[in-house]
Design a protein around this ligand. Structure first.
Ligand code: PEP
Length: 251
């Protein structure tokens, strides 16, 4: 027993319309059927759906989060959305530094750290993503790259209650490929040690999620690895049945 409550978090990315509320209703109903999972359940839809889904999920076991935010609270930033706005819409958590943001929007560790600080400033949970590319893995640089991202992206004041780390190898996202359990364990162990250097006594309670092609068929094996405290799930979180099947690892 680690004392850490696992989290199964769904990242819907740029998918979902108001009509997708049926999936949220199905997840809520599934959560209420059978033994309660020993894990927190979170869905991060596109920003357009956060308020509506948060209303549907209020007073249920499902939390609603967001996928990104601006580092500032308000101002002249056309098209951007602040952590305060997402908190106001009912988000409990915000993903920051997803590899698609780092790659498509050129987000540096510094940017990610500023965004994570904004999340903590709203008393929400920051889910900070780190992970190596295929070239970095092949070049034997995985531990160095992930440790560097962690050191560069963790904000002041990060603690076990407000910060979650998601290790997501870039080459495993949306590809159906996953690292070996040994490779996942090696990175998660390193992240725990690095968190001890960065956050001292808080490190033991911080959740470290694995993400990258998690699906019902591989979830049990991945979630059984030491220092894996749940999953960040992309594609398989779009279908309530698959999301619930992954969550059932913790029933
Ligand atoms: C993700 O985008 O965070 C992710 C892990 O995607 P997938 O599960 O589809 O690989």
């Amino acid at each position: 027993m680690t004392g850490r409550t696992p989290i199964v978090a769904g990242n819907w990315k740029m998918n979902g319309l108001k009509a997708s509320k049926g999936e949220i209703e199905a997840i809520i109903s599934g959560l209420g059927t059978g033994p309660a999972p020993r894990a927190e359940a979170l869905i991060c839809p596109p920003a357009t759906l956060v308020a509506g889904f948060a209303e549907i999920a209020s007073s249920s076991a499902l939390a609603i989060g967001a996928q990104d935010c601006h580092a500032r609270v308000s101002g002249a930033h056309t098209g951007d959305i602040s952590a305060q706005m997402l908190a106001d819409a009912g988000a409990s958590s915000i993903i920051v530094g997803h590899s698609e943001r780092r790659a498509d929007h050129g987000e540096s560790n510094e940017t990610v750290r500023a965004k994570a600080a904004a999340v903590l400033g709203e008393r929400l949970t920051a889910i900070i993503c780190v992970g190596e590319t295929e070239a970095e893995r092949k070049g034997g640089k995985t531990l160095e790259v992930v440790a560097g991202q962690l050191r560069g992206s963790l904000p002041e004041g990060a603690n076990a209650a407000n910060t979650v780390i998601a290790y997501e190898p870039v080459w495993a996202i949306g590809t159906g490929l996953t690292p070996t359990t040994g490779d996942v364990g090696e990175v998660h162990d390193m992240i725990r040690r690095e968190l001890e250097n960065l956050a001292g006594g808080e490190a033991a309670g911080m959740r470290i999620l694995y993400g990258g092609s998690v699906k019902p068929s591989n979830a049990a094996e991945l979630m059984a690895i030491d220092n894996v405290d749940g999953a960040l799930v992309g594609g398989a979180s779009l279908k309530a049945d698959d999301f619930l099947a992954i969550l059932s690892v913790y029933r």
